[in-house]
Design a protein. Structure first.
Length: 301
């Protein structure tokens, strides 16, 4: 789930991912608004991207070169990062909140994309939009399953793992150890030792909020029981995975009612937004987007 795992030797793709994350932070300016315009303008239908576990949607900047400029792209971002505020009690509240923001930005039909845990949230948002009578023209599920492992990342013993995850996701070397008496303090120390890199301009309060918000997001996602969404679905499957594409798609049985198209992407789950796989993803999404006022396009045979 979004690379939340124990330490391992970094690969070339992981180094590339770290560089890309740092570039994304610079390009996005560290903005944590709840609705982040990644690209505005254009007469096409907009694409709304739901954040992965880290809570920020800067990673979806990688999609822009591979999606027709006619389509505006917006990222939704988690509460509790920009400023101190009560966190949502469950994923249904998150879905209601983001459905409000999406409808205020565009009346629909709606196109939703979520990678990893963002796909679980995108499904919940699609369910909420349809409950309100809105049309969901496309739901893009980025290599996710509804059966999240329980307990991971929510216990006190896992705090070091969350802090390492934050460091890795924002382009730092993950160095927090399981026996560290103050994992969050170590996180701050690493960030402050690398001025000009990623999070260095963030105040301590915001840095401390990152593992708190991530832990909360894991907890509410694990407790969520998804309902049924009726709309066209594009399922993106990372093929370098222990779980087969067929098993991942089958895990959504009872939660999706509509045509499900599958596109396999030759990469690991954590690296779906690197240049080569995201080019495949952008082409697949763009081919299925609905032009404003028109019917969905489809890839040529």
């Amino acid at each position: 789930m979004d690379g939340l795992s124990a330490k391992a030797l970094p690969t070339a793709d992981e180094f590339a991912w770290a560089r890309q994350r740092r570039a994304d932070i610079r390009a996005a300016g560290g903005i944590l608004d709840l609705v982040l315009p990644l690209r505005e303008g254009g007469a096409g239908a907009p694409l709304f991207c739901l954040p992965p576990l880290v809570g920020a949607s800067w990673c979806y900047l990688a999609l822009l070169p591979h999606l027709d400029a006619a389509h505006p792209v917006y990222g939704l971002q988690s509460r509790g990062l920009r400023r101190p505020e009560p966190l949502p009690v469950d994923l249904a509240e998150i879905a209601r909140d983001w459905a409000d923001l999406i409808r205020a930005t565009h009346p629909g039909p709606h196109h939703l994309f979520g990678w990893s845990l963002g796909a679980n949230t995108a499904h919940a948002v699609a369910e909420e939009l349809q409950r309100r009578g809105d049309e969901v023209a496309l739901l893009v599920v980025g290599d996710a399953t509804p059966d999240l492992p329980h307990g991971l990342g929510v216990g006190d013993d896992d705090l070091w793992l969350l802090c390492d995850f934050v460091l890795r996701e924002f382009g730092y070397q993950p160095v927090v150890e399981p026996d560290d008496p103050d994992p969050v303090g170590r996180l701050l120390q690493v960030v402050r030792a690398r001025p000009g890199l990623g999070l260095s301009e963030w105040p301590d309060r915001r840095l401390r909020a990152l593992p708190r918000v991530i832990r909360h997001t894991i907890a509410v996602a694990q407790q969520h029981r998804p309902g049924l969404v009726r709309c066209p679905v594009l399922f993106l499957s990372a093929t370098r995975s222990q779980r087969s594409t067929e098993a991942k798609v089958a895990s959504w049985e009872g939660h999706l009612d509509g045509p499900v198209e599958v596109v396999e992407v030759d990469c690991e789950h954590e690296h779906m937004l690197l240049p080569r796989p995201v080019a495949v993803i952008g082409a697949a999404i763009g081919a299925r987007m609905t032009p404003r006022g028109g019917a969905p396009t489809r890839p040529k045979a």
